[in-house]
Write a protein that binds this ligand. Structure first.
Ligand code: NAD
Length: 707
């Protein structure tokens, strides 16, 4: 093991055949900030010390390899980081395409250097960014490149590199900006070994590493090593040349037969680089595919999608692009035509690239949910048969709330019973109809749409202002804003009643506790509710109030606890059970007011879904949850408007069953609950963050004005 530039006992090491390209730091300094290491370091490097540190590295490497030099260029302070010049194999040089304009002018200088030495310069096609060996590390002795992407280099670059160099490229996604190049957190060693920092990668990439490299051949460095640029090491002539190495790493490397040579490089770390960044390897022995060995095709896949709509105003573009990168893919925007007038849609054509075919399917499925279309040739949907009752084929397409069409036999068919979290199945005989069906309802032989081909959705158009998902949050003017929202809702409800539309109310016991019960009961009586959905609690508290004037023992008129009142809700349940249900209790004249009473009197159907919290339950409470879900779905069918009143559980359940196009009004005191519903992202939703008792009082008053 060696310390510092002095090769010590290994002085007799003679330079091997390896050739390394370096560039003296004549004009080096931190002059801009393009990575987190540079922050706070502009103008704070010591040129003389940097030069001494670089000399030390050159000497240590020069003892083991031949060093070639590129000329430093004034105004290009990062040129000493030659690893980013490009990638070399045999006589081919693939120049970098830097992400940041600050480094782009380096590329022609390096390209010149290689041209002058008669290398064949092969530019990457397209627009993909590529930062050379910094993100493309040959595994010593193998025709295999580990390809970093996600921060600087794009995934497309690796797809092209594989083709140009005839090597297998294993894409590894970097997820921590501090480890912005692969060579800052990953070192391939001989004999298939690697040293790396797992936290710099996403889970799938770590799995890719562990799948290829057995545990005995991996060394995972800790944060101290990683943040000291330990992995930014040059492996040459049996040495591991680095800025720092912990005792644990030294021990392992020594056991693996390496000399650990430490060259302090803190002046370069200020710019985000150390030993490896300062070196480009010019030779990669063994990197050629053996004659007769099969070519390993790249697993990177790409497809073109088209996005159309209010891409900028509605944030649809950002969401679509985030959806690609969050899922480990990358993209190239190939065309963008903005709508020039307010009422014109924008159109974008985006190439989506994913590290594997499966990942591409997943990304495309998510993009379809946002309304993207796969732009290439139209294909029929792929249908797979169900082989086990209640179980879908593995890569089933899962539905959204948006209208969906499926291409079967060259024809686009509109799916019926649209809802989210279902699958698309051929409905009935022939191939003329498609329906959304829950997985649990699948039968053996049903044919299910799989993958994303031949599926398109029509997300609801999101308007620019006014009508969008409105948040009436609890700010200073909230009361006035709630009043305005209620005015509008009352107007819509009157119009719906006039044209015999369908309004469904989902409500919780909070409606009763906050004094909203009598108001909701009046809405039912006056024909503003065509179906009521809730749980045992809603009915129990409503009936308790109708019978005893209390809700959970609290006197609703005076707001005080009633002596022994806590028994009232059990007495209410007991009475209903004695009568055989709510409807018989109404008929016998025992129950004479309240929401449930009005439902029975006015023939408004209701569904009470059971839960683990339920007391009783009431005879009408459906404790079989599958049956309760089916009953909810039946009552929602054909709804024009759904009023969701302070019931997280039931409102979210209903939201999942409801197709786009139904007007949703969600009232809850908690912004988190309405946000959850807003995630549906459809235009027809209005969220009102307020007390539900206040809301119902205002709404009832507004509707009463008209009466
Ligand atoms: P939930 O937690 O799903 O929903 C209550 C919602 O009310 C929450 O989102 C909360 O933010 C909101 N809220 C609280 N105060 C509010 C206010 N002043 N104004 C507006 N919103 C307000 O609970 P849930 O729907 O009440 O009940 C869940 C389950 O428990 C249901 O199935 C219900 O029937 C059952 N339950 C049974 C009984 C019983 O049997 N005695 C009693 C209560 C609840």
């Amino acid at each position: 093991m060696l310390e510092g530039p002095d090769p010590g006992p290994h002085n007799d090491v003679v330079p091997g055949d390896d050739r390394l390209l370096m560039c003296a730091p004549r004009f080096y300094g931190v002059e801009y900030v393009i990575n987190p290491w540079m922050e706070g370091n502009v103008g704070r490097t010591d040129a003389a010390l940097a030069a001494r540190q670089w000399d030390g590295l050159r000497d240590a490497l020069g003892a083991r390899a031949q060093i070639e030099l590129a000329e430093a260029v004034v105004g290009l302070p990062d040129m000493p980081f030659t690893a980013n010049a490009g990638l070399v194999r045999e006589e081919v040089f693939v120049p970098a395409r830097f992400r940041f304009p600050e480094r782009q002018p380096e590329a022609p200088h390096f390209t010149d250097w290689f041209r002058r030495r008669r290398y064949r310069v092969v530019e990457l096609p397209g627009q993909a960014t590529f930062e050379g060996e910094g993100d493309a590390l040959f595994h010593p002795g193998e025709p295999l490149v580990w390809g970093g992407y996600g921060v600087r280099t794009s995934l497309q670059a690796h797809r092209h590199l594989g083709d140009i160099l005839d090597v297998e490229v294993v894409p590894l996604r970097l997820v921590d900006e501090r480890f912005y190049h692969l060579d800052t957190c990953f070192v391939p060693l001989h004999d298939g070994r690697v040293v790396y920092y797992p936290d710099a990668f996403d889970r799938e990439s770590v799995e890719r590493i562990t799948a290829r490299v057995p545990a005995a051949k991996r060394f995972e460095v800790d944060a101290t090593d990683a943040l000291s640029f330990t992995c930014n090491a040059v492996v040459v002539g049996g040495a591991f040349v680095t800025n720092f190495a912990s005792d644990a790493l030294r021990e392992r490397l020594t056991a693996w037969g390496y000399d650990v040579v430490v060259c302090p490089l803190d002046q370069f770390i200020r710019a985000g680089g150390a030993a490896k960044c300062l070196v480009l390897q010019l030779d990669h022995p063994g990197a050629l595919r053996a004659p007769g060995a099969p070519r390993v095709p790249s697993r990177v896949r790409e497809r073109q999608v088209e996005l159309q709509g209010d891409l900028l105003d509605t944030d649809m573009m950002n969401r679509a692009l985030d959806c690609i990168t969050d899922a480990g893919g990358s993209f190239e925007i190939e065309a963008f035509h903005p709508g020039l007038r307010h009422d014109q849609a924008s159109v974008a054509r985006v190439r989506v690239v994913a590290p594997s075919p499966q990942r591409l399917e997943e990304i495309l499925a998510r993009l379809l949910e946002t309304g993207a279309r796969v732009a290439e040739d139209e294909r029929d949907a792929r249908l797979e048969p169900v082989s086990q009752t209640g179980v879908a084929p593995p890569d089933f397409y899962s539905t959204t709330i948006f209208p969906t069409e499926v291409r079967i036999g060259g024809r686009w068919l509109r799916a019926t019973r649209q809802r989210m979290d279902a699958v698309l199945v051929i409905d009935g005989a022939g191939e003329t109809a498609v329906a959304c069906r829950l997985i649990r309802d699948l039968r053996v032989g049903d044919r299910v749409v799989c993958g994303v081909d031949g599926v398109r959705t029509y997300p609801t158009h999101l308007p620019r202002s006014g009508e969008g998902f409105g948040f009436m949050t609890a700010d200073a003017s909230s009361e006035r804003r709630v009043e305005l929202a209620v005015d509008r809702i009352a107007w819509e409800m009157r119009r719906l009643r006039e044209r015999r539309g369908k309004i469904v109310v989902v409500a919780s016991p909070v409606t009763i506790h906050t004094g909203g019960g009598p108001h909701l009961a009046r809405l039912v009586r006056h024909g503003y509710v065509q179906a009521l959905l809730g749980g045992n609690g809603l009915a129990v508290h409503d009936i308790e109030q109708a019978l005893f004037g209390t809700s959970l023992g609290v006197d609703m008129k005076r707001g005080i606890n009633v002596q022994g009142g806590h028994r009232n809700h059990l007495r209410a349940i007991n009475l209903m059970r004695a009568c055989g249900g709510i409807a018989p209790a109404v008929e016998r004249g025992l129950l004479r007011g309240g929401i449930m009473y009005e439902c029975v009197r006015n023939g408004v159907p209701f569904a009470l879904a059971g839960s683990i919290r339920d007391d009783g339950p009431l005879p009408e409470t459906q404790m079989d949850l599958l049956a309760a879900q089916a009953e909810y779905a039946r009552l929602i069918d054909g709804a024009d408007m759904i009023l969701m009143l302070s019931s997280m559980l039931h409102s979210i359940g209903v939201g999942n069953m409801t197709p786009a196009g139904v007007r949703l009004i969600c009232v809850d005191i908690s912004p988190a609950v309405v946000t959850k519903l807003a995630d549906r992202g459809s235009v027809e939703s209005t969220a009102i963050v307020t007390d539900v008792g206040l809301f119902l009082t205002l709404l009832d008053a507004r509707l009463a004005d008209e009466r």
